[in-house]
Design a protein around this ligand. Structure first.
Ligand code: DGY
Length: 322
C-alpha cells in the first residue's frame, strides 16, 4: 500500500483514465458502474481523500455536511456543477473543480444534431422506417423545415455556444445571442447581441440553450418567454433540463406555438421526464449524450486528474469552481 491519496470514483471511467489515475492516486473503483445512493456514497467516501463524481451523484448541502473531514476535493467529471452545492462546499473548505473546454466540440455536435433532427422530423421518419409504416413517397411527405440561412439564437454564448456558432455558420446561419454582457468582438465573431432574453427570442428561428443551470436560470424558458418566439421556431437544449419550464414547453409544442424541440437534457432525467415529450411528434429526444464520445470521455477524465494532481501538490487547480 502506498501513501498515494485515495480517490473515490463514483462511476466507471474509461480504462485509459482509470489507469492514468492509478499512477498518482489509489482509486476506489466502481467496476460494475452502479449508481450509488447517498448512504453508500458516504460510506465509501469514509476512506477517500477526494471524490471524482459525475453529474449523476448529487451533493446537496446536507450530503456535503456529512462528508468526512479528510475529503479535500470534489473533482467533477463534468462541466456542469449544478449537482454540487458550491456554497456548502466552500463553507466546508472543499475544493470543487469541473472539466470545461474538452467537451465543447462533442456537445456542439449534438446541438447541431438536435437542430437538424427537430427541423427535419428525424424521430418521426425513423419510426416510420423501423416500424414498417413507410408506405409511400409524395411531395407532401415528411416535409420539415430547413435550417440553412436561418437565424440561430444562442442563449449563453460561452465555450460550447461559440463552437455551435462556428458550426452553424457552415449552414449560413446568422448568429444572435444573449449573455449578461456582450462579448469582445473576437469571441463574438460577428454575432448579434441582444440585451434581454425576450429580445433574443423574438428575433430568431432556432434557439440553442447553453447557459448553466443555477437558481438564476431555473425555468428561464417559461410560458411568457416561449410565447415571445414565433410559431416556426425550433428550440434545442444541450445544457440542463432545469432551464426549461416543461409544462410551458409541452403546451407550446402541443398547440403549435413553436414548431419543434430537440432535447438532450431533461428535468427528472433519466426516468421521470415529462411524459408528454415522448408522445409528441414534434420532439427529437436524446438521452443526455452531449459529451458521449470516446475522445471527450478520455479528455474529461484527464482534465479531472490534472485538477486532482494540482490540488494534492498544493497548487491551484486550473478548473476550480469553489
Ligand atoms: C457535463 O459535463 O456537464 C455533461 O452534461 C455530463 O455531465
Amino acid at each position: 500500500m502506498s501513501n498515494k491519496p485515495v480517490v473515490l470514483l463514483t462511476r466507471r471511467l474509461p480504462d485509459a483514465v482509470e489507469n492514468k489515475l492509478a499512477q498518482d492516486f489509489t482509486p476506489i473503483l466502481n467496476p460494475h458502474d452502479r449508481l450509488y445512493g447517498t448512504e453508500e456514497l458516504l460510506r465509501l467516501a469514509a476512506d477517500a481523500d477526494a471524490i471524482l463524481p459525475c453529474h449523476t451523484e448529487k451533493f446537496p448541502a446536507a450530503t456535503i455536511a456529512r462528508l468526512p473531514g479528510r475529503i479535500k476535493a470534489i473533482a467533477n467529471f463534468s462541466v456542469g456543477v449544478d449537482h454540487v452545492d458550491l456554497e456548502a462546499a466552500k463553507q466546508k473548505q472543499l475544493i470543487v473543480t469541473n472539466t470545461p473546454d474538452v467537451l465543447s466540440d462533442a456537445t456542439a455536435e449534438i446541438a447541431i444534431l438536435l437542430m437538424l433532427g427537430a427541423a427535419r422530423r428525424a424521430s418521426e421518419g425513423e419510426r416510420l422506417v423501423r416500424n414498417q409504416q413507410w408506405k409511400d413517397w409524395s411531395p407532401a411527405f415528411m416535409v420539415g423545415r430547413q435550417i440553412t440561412g436561418k437565424r440561430l439564437g444562442i442563449l449563453g454564448l460561452g465555450r460550447v455556444g461559440q463552437v455551435v456558432a462556428r458550426r452553424a455558420r457552415g449552414f449560413d446561419m446568422t448568429i444572435h445571442y444573449h449573455n449578461r454582457k456582450p462579448l469582445d468582438p473576437d469571441n463574438a465573431a460577428g454575432a448579434i447581441y441582444h440585451d434581454s432574453v425576450e429580445e433574443l427570442l423574438a428575433n430568431i428561428d432556432v434557439l440553442s440553450i447553453h447557459c448553466p443551470a443555477s437558481d438564476a436560470t431555473r425555468g428561464l424558458l417559461n410560458r411568457k418567454r416561449i410565447a415571445a418566439m414565433h410559431r416556426d421556431t425550433i428550440l434545442v437544449n444541450t445544457s440542463r433540463g432545469g432551464v426549461i419550464d416543461d409544462d410551458a414547453l409541452v403546451a407550446a409544442l402541443q398547440t403549435g406555438d413553436i414548431a419543434a424541440a430537440g432535447l438532450d437534457v431533461f428535468n427528472g432525467e433519466p426516468d421521470r421526464i415529462h411524459p408528454a415529450y415522448r408522445k409528441l411528434e414534434n420532439t427529437f429526444l436524446l438521452p443526455h449524450i452531449g459529451s458521449a464520445t470516446e475522445e471527450t470521455r478520455n479528455a474529461m477524465g484527464y482534465r479531472a486528474i490534472d485538477n486532482l494532481v494540482a490540488i494534492f501538490n498544493g497548487e491551484e487547480p486550473r478548473d476550480r469552481v469553489a
